[in-house]
Each structure stands twice: as structure tokens, then as C-alpha cells.
Design a protein around this ligand. Sequence first.
Ligand SMILES: Cc1ncc(COP(=O)(O)O)c(C=O)c1O
Ligand SMILES: Nc1c(O)cccc1C(=O)C[C@H](N)C(=O)O
Length: 404
Amino acid sequence: MTRDDARALDAADPLARYRDLFDLPDGVIYLDGNSLGALPKAVPAAIADATTRQWGDRLIRSWNEGWIDAPQRLGAQVAPLIGAAPDEVIVGDSTSTHLFKLIVAALRNNPGRNTVVSERGNFPTDLHIAEGAVACVPGARLRTVDRDDLADAIDADTALLMLTHVHYKTADRFDMPAWTARAHAAGALMLWDLSHSVGAVPLDLTAANADMAVGCTYKYLNGGPGAPAFLFVADRHQAAFANPISGWMGHAAPFEFADAYRPADGMTRWLVGTPPILSTAALEAALGVWVDIDQAQVATKSAALFDILAAAGDALGLACVSPRDPAHRGSHISFRHPHAYAITQALIARGVIGDFRDPDILRLGLTPLYLSHDDVWRAGAILADVMRDEAWRDPAYAERSVVT
Ligand SMILES: Cc1ncc(COP(=O)(O)O)c(C=O)c1O
Ligand SMILES: Nc1c(O)cccc1C(=O)C[C@H](N)C(=O)O
């Protein structure tokens, strides 16, 4: 692929016009939107309105002017991106907190079964939270196995299969309908973490017959650092499943100020405390970008961007650990190299921002809304310079920062 080829793809790109909806610094090729998405231009004004007008001027009245129902309203906006009905999704808290709520709920709703099965090497918070959640349910335990052993690990004691749809390191993607069906055939419930999937690959929780799902909104959805996460419970489970963190915002009538907890109907019961209104305002503006987007176009462009970097990596003899088949991966590409950390730093010093995942992964995020094929082609050329000149050997690139 030549640079002219990349430019020709840009000329025919139906998503090219979305680039202008984002603010990105000059001189940067941003390949880390899979960790923290770029800033949509609509967000600063939305935060300014939420602070100056809604908070400063309208004060407490704003609760009745759009704040109190923001979690449900944003849930309905996320729903089409994950193939859910508008009243099956709520937004608030963090992905970690949502995981806790759903793991405990699943264990309590699948009596006689005690095991939560998950993948060894899953994103750490999923496993940490599962460890904490099983400790809260008498008899429950967490069993983690390698991906190849998952099918055999699901048995008559499995209450819940909890998987991350797209793996944060390799971008490996599970077949959602097939694994959900496998869990159900064994009598287990299925919980999907869609953090690396939403906005990256087409999703259809309804067609997959999924029970529960969570996901963060600060990656491909560009909701901003610490943006509230989403939680999905299929309509058929909503009446039976209970939120173990029974806070007043999940109460049927919070402003009756009753001593006893009585869960709200529908998704509202999954709320805990007061929603973070300023971050919710940022996320709502960011979700506006997605309204007319065709997920199939996102997938097609993601695959083309991947191919550009895969070819650059192949030419350099780099070991690509991401699946070559686009149906089996998310929207990032990872290379394994013993000096991946220093290579990441050398790239950042040259304006190509990717990230490093311990111990040896260089990870480059491919966000079709604001990256051009030419951006990615140039990133490949800069990677080639870094590798051919061994620029990564500079001792300045060895020192580890806290956040990698
Ligand atoms: C699969 C997965 N789950 C959860 C999280 C994060 O959860 P939280 O937003 O609670 O930190 C991430 C990334 O941060 C992730 O990649
Ligand atoms: N959530 C993050 C944070 O608070 C700081 C730095 C990075 C993150 C991330 O999102 C990491 C990301 N989930 C990953 O896949 O590695």
C-alpha cells in the first residue's frame, strides 16, 4: 500500500466528514482512542451549559429539567449501539461497579449453582471485581481458565459465564451468539463486557440473546475520562434480578424517603447514588456524534486501517498478535516485541500516540471516526523509521510512567 493508495481510500471514505467533529492537537496521530477517546467538539459547550446555566442559574431546579432522568435517557441513546431496546440500558457508575452488581445478581438468580467462569488474562478489573463479588455470596467461587479451556469449564455448577467480548491486549473477539448459546445450554447466565467493542464493532445483544452486559463510554464513544458506564439487562430478567447495592436512586420512590428499600421497576433499580451530572453532560454530547452512523461502515473502515498497519508490521518482521480475520477481532492492532515499551515511547516522541500493555505489547487503536487512512499510513512509516534506526534504544525511552 502506497501513500497514494491510502489517500485514494480517504477520498472515497463515507466517514471522512466525522473527523471535523473532533478536536485533536496538531502534529499528533492519535492511536489510543481505544483507551481514551478524542474530544468531540460539542463537549466543551455542553459542559459549559451544564455548569453555567443548569447548575449556576437553574440550580436545584435542574433536577426536574433533565438531570434526574439522564441515566435512562442516555441508556436509550446507547441502546442502538449495542442492539438493545431503549428500556434495557441505563448509564451511570463505572464499568467496575456495574460488574459487581450484575455478578452478585446473577449468582443469586441461578440457585444451586456456585461458579462464575471467566477467562484467565481478562481485563484485571473484571477478575478483581468477580473475586470480590463471589466473596459476598456464600458458597460462590470464581474459576478462571485459558480461552481454549473455557468450553470445558462450563458445567452444571456454572451460574455465570463472564467474558470480555474484545480482548484489551490482543483484540481477539468472541463469537457472541455462539458463546451465549453455550452458556445457556449449560444452564448458565451470560454477562458480556463490551468496553472494547462498543463503537468499535457492530453489536446485537438482542440477536445474541444475551442476559447482561456492561461497557465503558470513554473509549470509542468518546465520553471523556471517567465517563459513566452502561449496564444492560435483558427485558426478560428485569423483574427478577435485584441490585445488591441498593441505593436510594434505585428505589421505586426515592423522594418518599422511606426507611425500607423497594426497588424501582425496569432499569432504574440498577442506579445506586446521585448520577455524575457533569460527566453525563459530556457523554450526552459525545453520543450525539453517533446518531446517524452506520456501524457497517465503521467496521469496513476499521478493517482497512488495520490492514495498513498489519502490512507495515509485516514488512518490519513484527509479530502481530491480533487476528487477521476482521470478524474475529475488535478495532485495535497489537504487536509483540521485547522492547515494546521503549518502542511505544519512541513513537509518542514522534507524535504517534499508542500505548504499551505489560509485558511486551505495543497496542495501536484504530478509531474510524477521526483517523484517516493517510494518518494510519504515516503512523506505519514512523514505526518503520523507529524500527529501522533502532531509535527505541535511546535510554530516555526506558523509564516507566505510572500509566502506560
Ligand atoms: C474490558 C474492560 N473492562 C473494564 C474497564 C474499566 O473499568 P472502569 O471504567 O471501571 O475503570 C476497562 C478499561 O479500563 C476494560 O478494558
Ligand atoms: N480506564 C483507564 C484509566 O483510568 C487510566 C488509563 C487507562 C485506562 C484504560 O481504559 C485502560 C484500558 N481499559 C485498556 O484496555 O488497557
